[in-house]
Design a protein around this ligand. Structure first.
Ligand code: NAD
Ligand code: UDP
Length: 350
């Protein structure tokens, strides 16, 4: 199958490209590199020993998107492209709505024009808003607490409407929980711009010495140790979920949502402990106030994905931390330079 991957140079996209290529699929990547670097795709090629076309295109440029469809026999699209920083989405909501929603509308329009109706969309557990209970199943009511979350929720609703208008569509809405970790080779991983927003890249950068300490956002939640609990999922397991979703959508018409999580929750303190064990380094931290908008606990009921997609997360918290550390220690400057990578790698134990 020839699959177009929007946002394929990004964190989850690059890992999914590896899994798709290793499974014998042909891929094309479309990315504007607004939050990624072309080097990630060089690494994907190095890892898989396979080549593929890369289009440096903005999804908002409809003519350019059309050209990609006219030049290739695309059978399915995995749509990762989008902006994802919650805090930034509060500061520049119009930019988020335009990029994520208009970008998706243009993609859908062009797909319909070229009779491509198979779509896997990157949604998020954020569409459950403040869940009434855990574990969270797909039937829970949906809401959003910030502009980023609203883009995901709105796109889910738009895709439902699109299917109602044209029953040829086959759409999987994949609601990711908290992706962390990296490819076990240490060649690709998460490379955030500036100060990381998320826990795992923050912990990694403290461990490598780029940041002095982690601030734990609150220890007075109603959780076993008082710190926030999340469902961390290895990015390679998540990537494999996309292959299973692709296999599924070619067998039905409709729109189906799937939680991609492990079903287990870990607290911030448990994550610090697991990371210290994996890296052999201390993670200095201080307890700070709660982060506004954070919820106490969030973890998935992943049964639907297991039942209907035949997918289940396999890697545990230890692998997630070992692989995050391998990526961070081999690439202290992310994808920026190999020179740095080699210099640091020789001074660190792996
Ligand atoms: P990422 O930022 O690493 O990857 C997104 C990619 O999309 C980047 O390469 C970026 O350059 C590209 N992009 C953004 N806007 C574009 C546009 N207009 N045209 C072309 N390319 C564009 O993010 P990620 O962590 O890999 O996330 C992938 C998707 O999964 C996103 O839609 C995100 O919202 C969603 N998601 C991520 C998480 C997470 O914690 N990482 C959790 C839930 C959902
Ligand atoms: N967190 C923290 N310090 C940080 C970043 C995150 O204590 O610097 C906590 C956060 O409060 C939450 C958990 O770590 O309980 C996961 O946060 P992240 O931003 O990675 O994911 P999200 O909250 O979006 O699920």
């Amino acid at each position: 199958m020839t699959i177009l991957i929007t946002g394929g140079a990004g964190y989850i996209g690059s890992h999914t490209c590896v899994e798709l290529l290793n499974s014998g699929h042909d891929i094309l990547v479309l990315d504007n590199f607004s939050n990624s670097r072309p080097e990630s795709l060089d690494r994907v090629k190095e890892l898989t020993n396979k080549s593929f076309k890369i289009y440096k295109i903005d999804l908002l440029d409809k003519a350019a998107v059309e050209k990609v469809f006219s030049e290739n026999e695309i059978e399915a699209v995995i749509h990762f492209a989008g902006l994802k920083a919650v805090g930034e989405s509060v500061e520049i909501p119009v930019h988020y709505y335009h990029n994520n929603i208009t970008g998706t509308l243009i993609l859908i329009d062009v797909m319909q024009k070229y009779n491509v109706f198979n779509l896997v969309f990157s949604s998020s557990a954020t569409v459950y808003g403040i869940p009434q209970q855990v574990p969270i199943s797909e039937e829970f009511s949906l809401s959003a607490t910030n502009p980023y979350g609203r883009t995901k929720l709105m796109i889910e609703e738009i895709l439902n409407d699109v299917y109602v208008s044209n029953n040829n569509w086959s759409i999987a809405l994949l609601r990711y929980f908290n992706p962390i970790g990296a490819h076990e080779s240490g060649l690709i991983g998460e490379d955030p711009n500036g100060l990381p927003n998320n826990l795992m890249p923050f912990i990694s950068q403290v461990s490598i010495g780029k940041l002095s300490e982690l601030k734990v956002f609150g220890n007075d939640y109603t959780t076993p140790d008082g710190t926030g609990v999340r469902d961390y999922i290895h990015v390679v397991d998540l990537a494999k979920g996309h292959l299973k979703a692709l296999e599924k959508i070619v067998t039905f018409n409709g729109v189906e949502a799937y939680n991609l999580g492990t079903g287990k929750g870990y607290s911030v303190l448990e994550m610090i402990d697991a990371f210290e064990k994996a890296s052999g380094r201390k993670v200095p931290y201080v307890i700070g106030p709660r982060r506004p908008g954070d919820i106490a606990e969030c973890f998935a009921k992943p049964d639907k994905a297991e039942r209907e997609l035949g997918w289940k997360a396999e890697k545990g918290i230890k692998d997630m931390c070992i692989d995050s550390w391998k990526w961070q220690s081999q690439n202290p400057e992310g994808f920026q330079t190999n020179e740095h990578r080699n210099k640091y790698a020789s001074t660190l134990k792996s």
